[in-house]
Design a protein around this ligand. Structure first.
Ligand SMILES: [Zn+2]
Length: 241
């Protein structure tokens, strides 16, 4: 009994995530911003959709929601704080709330920084984290609405999850994040190992994600930032990189 997560490549570099609870076959899609490829992926996986989960309100995460909802007639879950700018929500959630996918329970984690109302979902059964545009592989989201202090706290919450957590993020940014990470932390051996694995996956045409949280903790310059000022500095540097 476990939750599995598969990336569905959409738009130029986004990932929606198809979640499946193995014991019941219940299925969810995270951030379905492009209806057609997502409907095809769901049909290919058996044609069942029980729930749509949203991490935040940006168009490249929500644009396909209404079409996917109409096709499968399933509930939409998103942040209560952002319900005014999300598609109509059937379940509006906050920090500590849970969502049910078949027999699996997902925990809601509020992670402001990229946007004020950003949320992530963590399924302990399967150790699956849907990190939206908060935590990327070797990177973090730009601070479009939030402060460095908010992003620091958000990343600390994610860093406290189990080391084997699979980080399922919203974009394939890993190679460009890797170039920046190597520029600011050239002596980091774990980072070099990480980047080597990423290069192999991308050369084979595979997604670089999900990554493993324990690896991110040793290599991701935003998770390695020890305090708010350091995070603010590394984020500002990346914005100009
Ligand atoms: Zn975004």
């Amino acid at each position: 009994m476990t939750v599995t997560a598969s990336p569905v490549p959409i738009l130029s570099d986004n990932y929606a995530w198809l979640l499946r609870d193995s014991s019941t076959g219940a299925t969810a899609i995270v951030d379905p911003a492009d209806a057609q490829p997502i409907i095809e992926a769901i049909e290919k996986a058996g044609g069942r959709l029980d729930m749509i989960l949203l991490t935040h309100h940006h168009g490249d995460h929500i644009a396909g929601v209404d079409e996917v909802r109409a096709r499968f007639n399933c509930p939409v879950v998103g942040a209560a704080a952002d319900r005014h700018r999300l598609p109509a929500l059937d379940q509006a959630v906050r920090e500590g709330d849970t969502v049910r996918l078949g027999s699996a329970v997902g925990e809601v984690i509020e992670t402001p920084g990229h946007t004020r109302g950003q949320i992530n979902f963590f399924f302990p059964d399967g150790a699956v984290l849907l990190s939206g545009d908060t935590l990327f592989s070797l990177g973090c989201g730009r601070l479009i609405e939030g402060t460095p202090a908010e992003m620091f706290d958000s990343l600390r919450k994610l860093a406290a999850l189990p080391g084997d957590t699979l980080v399922c993020c919203g974009h394939e940014y890993t190679e460009s994040n890797a170039r920046f990470a190597l520029a600011v932390d050239p002596g980091n051996e774990a980072l070099h190992d990480f980047v080597g694995r990423v290069e192999q996956l991308r050369a084979a045409g595979q997604p670089s994600v999900p990554s493993v949280l324990a690896d991110e903790l040793k290599a991701n310059p935003f998770l390695l930032a020890p305090d708010v000022a350091s995070l603010a500095a590394v984020r500002a540097k990346k914005d100009k990189f």
